[in-house]
Design a protein around this ligand. Structure first.
Ligand SMILES: Nc1nc2c(ncn2[C@@H]2O[C@H](COP(=O)(O)OP(=O)(O)OP(=O)(O)O)[C@@H](O)[C@H]2O)c(=O)[nH]1
Ligand SMILES: [Mg+2]
Length: 235
Protein backbone atom coordinates (compact mmCIF):
# COMPACT_ATOMS: atom_id res chain seq x y z
CA UNK A 1 0.00 0.00 0.00
CA UNK A 2 1.26 3.38 -0.93
CA UNK A 3 0.27 6.50 0.92
CA UNK A 4 -0.90 9.39 -1.20
CA UNK A 5 -1.87 12.77 0.21
CA UNK A 6 -4.42 14.85 -1.68
CA UNK A 7 -4.08 18.51 -0.89
CA UNK A 8 -4.81 21.93 -2.35
CA UNK A 9 -6.89 25.01 -1.58
CA UNK A 10 -10.42 25.20 -0.23
CA UNK A 11 -13.19 23.84 -2.49
CA UNK A 12 -10.84 22.78 -5.28
CA UNK A 13 -12.40 19.31 -5.31
CA UNK A 14 -10.10 17.17 -3.17
CA UNK A 15 -12.92 15.24 -1.50
CA UNK A 16 -14.78 14.61 -4.74
CA UNK A 17 -11.58 13.47 -6.45
CA UNK A 18 -10.93 10.92 -3.70
CA UNK A 19 -14.54 9.80 -3.97
CA UNK A 20 -14.15 9.31 -7.72
CA UNK A 21 -10.77 7.57 -7.51
CA UNK A 22 -11.96 5.12 -4.87
CA UNK A 23 -15.40 4.50 -6.40
CA UNK A 24 -16.88 5.72 -3.16
CA UNK A 25 -14.73 3.52 -0.89
CA UNK A 26 -13.89 6.52 1.26
CA UNK A 27 -15.01 8.66 4.16
CA UNK A 28 -15.03 12.42 4.45
CA UNK A 29 -15.14 13.98 7.89
CA UNK A 30 -16.96 17.16 6.98
CA UNK A 31 -19.38 19.77 8.19
CA UNK A 32 -21.79 21.34 5.74
CA UNK A 33 -19.73 20.02 2.81
CA UNK A 34 -16.40 21.36 4.08
CA UNK A 35 -13.75 18.87 5.15
CA UNK A 36 -12.88 19.63 8.77
CA UNK A 37 -10.58 16.70 9.53
CA UNK A 38 -9.79 14.53 6.57
CA UNK A 39 -10.85 12.26 3.75
CA UNK A 40 -9.68 8.72 3.76
CA UNK A 41 -10.06 6.28 0.92
CA UNK A 42 -8.67 3.07 -0.44
CA UNK A 43 -8.17 1.87 -3.97
CA UNK A 44 -6.29 -0.76 -5.89
CA UNK A 45 -4.23 0.01 -8.96
CA UNK A 46 -3.12 -3.15 -10.78
CA UNK A 47 -2.70 -5.01 -7.49
CA UNK A 48 -1.05 -2.15 -5.69
CA UNK A 49 -3.06 -0.95 -2.72
CA UNK A 50 -3.23 2.82 -2.48
CA UNK A 51 -4.28 4.68 0.66
CA UNK A 52 -5.46 8.20 0.04
CA UNK A 53 -5.63 10.97 2.61
CA UNK A 54 -7.41 14.18 1.73
CA UNK A 55 -6.63 17.30 3.71
CA UNK A 56 -8.92 20.10 4.83
CA UNK A 57 -8.74 23.15 2.60
CA UNK A 58 -9.24 25.79 5.25
CA UNK A 59 -6.01 27.53 6.19
CA UNK A 60 -6.52 27.07 9.94
CA UNK A 61 -6.25 23.28 9.73
CA UNK A 62 -2.51 23.35 9.12
CA UNK A 63 -1.70 20.94 11.96
CA UNK A 64 -4.13 18.40 10.54
CA UNK A 65 -2.45 18.69 7.12
CA UNK A 66 0.94 18.20 8.71
CA UNK A 67 -0.19 15.02 10.46
CA UNK A 68 -1.89 13.65 7.35
CA UNK A 69 1.17 14.34 5.21
CA UNK A 70 3.61 12.41 7.37
CA UNK A 71 5.32 9.59 5.50
CA UNK A 72 3.39 10.11 2.25
CA UNK A 73 4.93 8.59 -0.88
CA UNK A 74 3.29 11.01 -3.30
CA UNK A 75 1.20 14.17 -3.54
CA UNK A 76 -1.86 14.98 -5.62
CA UNK A 77 -2.15 18.75 -5.63
CA UNK A 78 -5.66 19.83 -6.66
CA UNK A 79 -6.24 23.27 -8.13
CA UNK A 80 -9.49 24.91 -9.18
CA UNK A 81 -9.37 25.56 -12.93
CA UNK A 82 -12.30 27.96 -12.75
CA UNK A 83 -11.85 30.15 -9.67
CA UNK A 84 -9.01 32.65 -10.19
CA UNK A 85 -9.33 33.80 -6.58
CA UNK A 86 -8.20 30.35 -5.53
CA UNK A 87 -4.77 30.69 -7.18
CA UNK A 88 -3.21 32.76 -4.39
CA UNK A 89 -4.38 30.23 -1.81
CA UNK A 90 -3.02 27.43 -3.98
CA UNK A 91 0.40 29.06 -3.81
CA UNK A 92 0.33 29.09 0.01
CA UNK A 93 -0.77 25.45 0.11
CA UNK A 94 1.90 24.45 -2.33
CA UNK A 95 4.60 26.08 -0.20
CA UNK A 96 3.23 24.29 2.81
CA UNK A 97 3.21 20.80 1.28
CA UNK A 98 6.67 21.29 -0.25
CA UNK A 99 7.86 22.11 3.25
CA UNK A 100 6.16 19.08 4.83
CA UNK A 101 7.24 16.65 2.10
CA UNK A 102 10.44 17.86 0.43
CA UNK A 103 11.43 15.82 -2.62
CA UNK A 104 8.24 13.76 -2.69
CA UNK A 105 6.76 13.33 -6.21
CA UNK A 106 3.78 15.55 -7.00
CA UNK A 107 1.18 15.68 -9.76
CA UNK A 108 -1.19 18.61 -10.20
CA UNK A 109 -4.86 17.91 -10.89
CA UNK A 110 -6.31 20.87 -12.82
CA UNK A 111 -9.81 20.10 -11.66
CA UNK A 112 -13.31 21.18 -12.79
CA UNK A 113 -12.44 20.99 -16.48
CA UNK A 114 -16.04 19.90 -17.18
CA UNK A 115 -17.12 23.52 -16.64
CA UNK A 116 -17.10 25.82 -19.67
CA UNK A 117 -15.28 28.58 -17.73
CA UNK A 118 -12.38 26.26 -16.91
CA UNK A 119 -9.02 27.75 -17.80
CA UNK A 120 -6.69 25.66 -19.96
CA UNK A 121 -3.44 24.36 -18.49
CA UNK A 122 -1.18 27.01 -20.06
CA UNK A 123 -3.29 29.75 -18.54
CA UNK A 124 -3.13 28.05 -15.15
CA UNK A 125 0.64 27.84 -15.46
CA UNK A 126 0.82 31.55 -16.21
CA UNK A 127 -1.25 32.41 -13.18
CA UNK A 128 0.43 29.90 -10.83
CA UNK A 129 4.15 30.09 -11.50
CA UNK A 130 4.92 27.52 -8.85
CA UNK A 131 3.48 24.85 -11.17
CA UNK A 132 6.61 25.09 -13.33
CA UNK A 133 8.30 21.71 -13.61
CA UNK A 134 5.31 19.74 -12.39
CA UNK A 135 2.98 17.63 -14.51
CA UNK A 136 -0.41 19.37 -14.68
CA UNK A 137 -3.27 17.13 -15.78
CA UNK A 138 -6.63 18.65 -16.78
CA UNK A 139 -9.37 16.57 -15.19
CA UNK A 140 -12.82 16.49 -13.68
CA UNK A 141 -13.55 14.88 -10.34
CA UNK A 142 -17.21 15.26 -11.25
CA UNK A 143 -17.27 13.38 -14.55
CA UNK A 144 -14.22 11.27 -13.75
CA UNK A 145 -12.42 12.39 -16.90
CA UNK A 146 -8.64 11.90 -16.52
CA UNK A 147 -8.97 11.27 -12.78
CA UNK A 148 -7.32 7.89 -13.09
CA UNK A 149 -4.49 9.37 -15.20
CA UNK A 150 -3.70 11.73 -12.34
CA UNK A 151 -3.24 8.82 -9.96
CA UNK A 152 -1.40 6.60 -12.45
CA UNK A 153 1.00 9.39 -13.41
CA UNK A 154 1.78 9.97 -9.75
CA UNK A 155 2.31 6.27 -9.05
CA UNK A 156 4.65 6.15 -12.02
CA UNK A 157 6.71 9.04 -10.62
CA UNK A 158 6.80 7.38 -7.21
CA UNK A 159 7.96 4.10 -8.73
CA UNK A 160 10.56 5.90 -10.86
CA UNK A 161 11.96 7.59 -7.79
CA UNK A 162 12.53 4.17 -6.30
CA UNK A 163 13.29 2.37 -9.56
CA UNK A 164 16.91 1.45 -8.86
CA UNK A 165 15.90 -0.10 -5.54
CA UNK A 166 12.76 -1.74 -6.95
CA UNK A 167 14.53 -3.37 -9.87
CA UNK A 168 16.90 -5.00 -7.37
CA UNK A 169 13.96 -6.08 -5.25
CA UNK A 170 12.49 -7.81 -8.29
CA UNK A 171 15.84 -9.30 -9.30
CA UNK A 172 16.67 -10.84 -5.91
CA UNK A 173 13.17 -11.71 -4.80
CA UNK A 174 13.33 -15.17 -3.19
CA UNK A 175 17.11 -15.49 -3.60
CA UNK A 176 18.77 -17.22 -0.61
CA UNK A 177 21.13 -14.31 0.06
CA UNK A 178 18.77 -11.62 -1.13
CA UNK A 179 19.69 -9.08 1.52
CA UNK A 180 23.41 -9.41 0.91
CA UNK A 181 22.96 -9.10 -2.86
CA UNK A 182 20.87 -5.98 -2.32
CA UNK A 183 23.63 -4.42 -0.18
CA UNK A 184 26.28 -5.25 -2.75
CA UNK A 185 24.33 -4.08 -5.81
CA UNK A 186 23.06 -0.85 -4.28
CA UNK A 187 26.34 -0.33 -2.49
CA UNK A 188 24.64 0.45 0.82
CA UNK A 189 25.31 -0.71 4.38
CA UNK A 190 23.19 -3.39 5.93
CA UNK A 191 21.01 -0.99 7.98
CA UNK A 192 20.09 0.95 4.88
CA UNK A 193 19.18 -2.15 2.87
CA UNK A 194 17.09 -3.41 5.79
CA UNK A 195 15.52 0.06 5.99
CA UNK A 196 14.41 -0.19 2.35
CA UNK A 197 12.97 -3.65 2.93
CA UNK A 198 11.08 -2.54 6.04
CA UNK A 199 9.71 0.54 4.33
CA UNK A 200 8.23 -1.45 1.49
CA UNK A 201 7.23 -4.37 3.64
CA UNK A 202 5.07 -1.92 5.60
CA UNK A 203 3.58 -0.94 2.26
CA UNK A 204 2.85 -4.61 1.52
CA UNK A 205 4.94 -4.58 -1.64
CA UNK A 206 7.08 -7.37 -0.27
CA UNK A 207 7.53 -9.89 2.51
CA UNK A 208 10.72 -10.11 4.52
CA UNK A 209 11.67 -13.44 6.04
CA UNK A 210 13.12 -12.63 9.40
CA UNK A 211 16.47 -14.20 10.13
CA UNK A 212 17.14 -15.95 6.85
CA UNK A 213 18.32 -12.99 4.76
CA UNK A 214 15.61 -13.48 2.17
CA UNK A 215 12.82 -11.27 0.90
CA UNK A 216 10.03 -11.96 -1.56
CA UNK A 217 8.26 -9.42 -3.73
CA UNK A 218 4.47 -9.62 -3.69
CA UNK A 219 3.30 -11.37 -6.86
CA UNK A 220 0.82 -8.83 -8.24
CA UNK A 221 3.35 -5.99 -8.10
CA UNK A 222 6.44 -7.82 -9.35
CA UNK A 223 6.02 -6.82 -12.98
CA UNK A 224 5.39 -3.21 -11.93
CA UNK A 225 8.61 -3.10 -9.95
CA UNK A 226 10.46 -4.55 -12.94
CA UNK A 227 8.96 -2.07 -15.38
CA UNK A 228 7.20 0.89 -13.70
CA UNK A 229 5.90 2.30 -17.00
CA UNK A 230 3.16 -0.39 -17.13
CA UNK A 231 1.36 1.53 -14.35
CA UNK A 232 0.63 4.32 -16.84
CA UNK A 233 -1.66 2.17 -18.96
CA UNK A 234 -5.05 1.26 -17.51
CA UNK A 235 -6.21 -2.28 -18.21
N1 LIG B 1 -18.28 20.96 -11.90
C1 LIG B 1 -17.42 20.41 -11.03
N2 LIG B 1 -17.59 20.61 -9.71
C2 LIG B 1 -16.71 20.04 -8.88
C3 LIG B 1 -15.63 19.25 -9.34
N3 LIG B 1 -14.92 18.84 -8.26
C4 LIG B 1 -15.54 19.34 -7.18
N4 LIG B 1 -16.61 20.05 -7.54
C5 LIG B 1 -17.55 20.78 -6.65
O1 LIG B 1 -16.80 21.74 -5.92
C6 LIG B 1 -17.26 21.81 -4.58
C7 LIG B 1 -16.11 21.46 -3.63
O2 LIG B 1 -15.78 20.09 -3.80
P1 LIG B 1 -15.05 19.27 -2.65
O3 LIG B 1 -14.67 17.95 -3.21
O4 LIG B 1 -15.83 19.30 -1.40
O5 LIG B 1 -13.77 20.20 -2.47
P2 LIG B 1 -12.65 20.08 -1.36
O6 LIG B 1 -11.39 20.54 -1.99
O7 LIG B 1 -12.67 18.76 -0.70
O8 LIG B 1 -13.17 21.20 -0.32
P3 LIG B 1 -12.65 21.43 1.20
O9 LIG B 1 -12.46 20.10 1.81
O10 LIG B 1 -13.71 22.23 1.85
O11 LIG B 1 -11.37 22.20 1.05
C8 LIG B 1 -18.42 20.82 -4.47
O12 LIG B 1 -19.62 21.53 -4.68
C9 LIG B 1 -18.17 19.86 -5.62
O13 LIG B 1 -19.33 19.27 -6.10
C10 LIG B 1 -15.48 19.07 -10.75
O14 LIG B 1 -14.59 18.39 -11.26
N5 LIG B 1 -16.42 19.68 -11.54
MG1 LIG C 1 -12.76 18.23 1.22
Amino acid sequence: MLKIVVTGPYESGKSLLIHTLTNGACINIERGGTTIAMDHGLTDVDGMVVFMFGTPGLLRFRTMRKILSEGADGIIFVVDSVDKESDARAKLFFREIAFFLPGVPCVVAANKQDLPEARPVDELRRSMRFLAGLPVIPCSAKTGKNAESVLRTLLYLVMMQWSSVFSKFAQYSGAPNGLRSLMAELNVPREQAVGYLRRFELRKLLKVMVGDETFVVADPVKHILENPVVIMAPH
